[in-house]
Design a binder for this molecule. Structure first.
Ligand SMILES: [Zn+2]
Length: 210
């Protein structure tokens, strides 16, 4: 995942020193790779060398005056505090045609953000990868709900048809059973779509690792 990469870039943009574990020795290489993509100037070190560097940095005076906090970072901090005003969003993002998986609000695409990121009016935040993961979960849930709805309609129609048959209304019973069969076929089609979906994270992780 790329969680944290955007935060590391914000720290770096504010004059902070970024240190990233060498992905070659990391148990989960994706995270440090994302961090290095967001902050190419970061120190890239094996784990054993990070503590000595921290020790040296603590004893080192940073050259020059403190770096002012960039406006976009200030506005994002304001949004995180709950000030997700249109003014703050318009300054750092542009409206997208996507909606927030958490609240249904419209999503805004952050300007010049690497990794690509989105925010909604209420303060939810996503990278493109985490948004795709949420969208995949939503798609799967919607299909499963579709399977259940079709199955329940089929069961009700069969129940009504059985009662019609018992009261001698063969025509209504036959019509109900035909409709129930049609719904069963639809349900099997949708169920097949659910069963052939890739495992939840497989395609996204593969793409992120590429
Ligand atoms: Zn939201």
């Amino acid at each position: 995942m790329d969680d944290g990469a955007a935060g590391l870039k914000a720290v770096h943009d504010c004059g902070g020193v970024a240190i990233v574990q060498d992905p070659a020795e990391a148990v989960e290489a994706e995270m440090p790779r994302s961090a290095l993509a967001a902050v190419p100037a970061a120190h890239r070190l094996p784990l054993a060398d990070i503590a000595p560097l921290l020790h040296r940095l603590v004893d080192t005076r940073l050259p020059g005056p403190a770096v002012p906090v960039p406006e976009e970072v200030q506005r994002e901090v304001a949004i995180n505090r709950g000030e997700a005003t249109v003014e703050n969003l318009e300054a750092i993002a542009t409206p997208s045609s996507l909606t927030c998986p958490d609240c249904g609000g419209s999503l805004w695409e952050m300007k010049n953000a690497r990794p690509l990121r989105y925010r909604c009016h209420t303060g939810h935040a996503f990278t493109a990868i985490s948004l795709r993961r949420s969208q995949q979960e939503m798609s799967e849930l919607a299909l499963r709900q579709g399977v259940r709805a079709l199955r329940e309609r089929e069961l009700l129609l069969r129940r009504v048809a059985a009662i019609a048959q018992s009261t001698g209304d063969a025509a209504q019973a036959a019509a109900g059973l035909a409709e129930a069969d049609r719904l069963r076929d639809q349900m099997r089609t949708v169920k097949g779509m659910v069963e052939t979906m890739p495992p939840r994270d497989e395609d996204i992780d593969a793409e992120a690792d590429a």
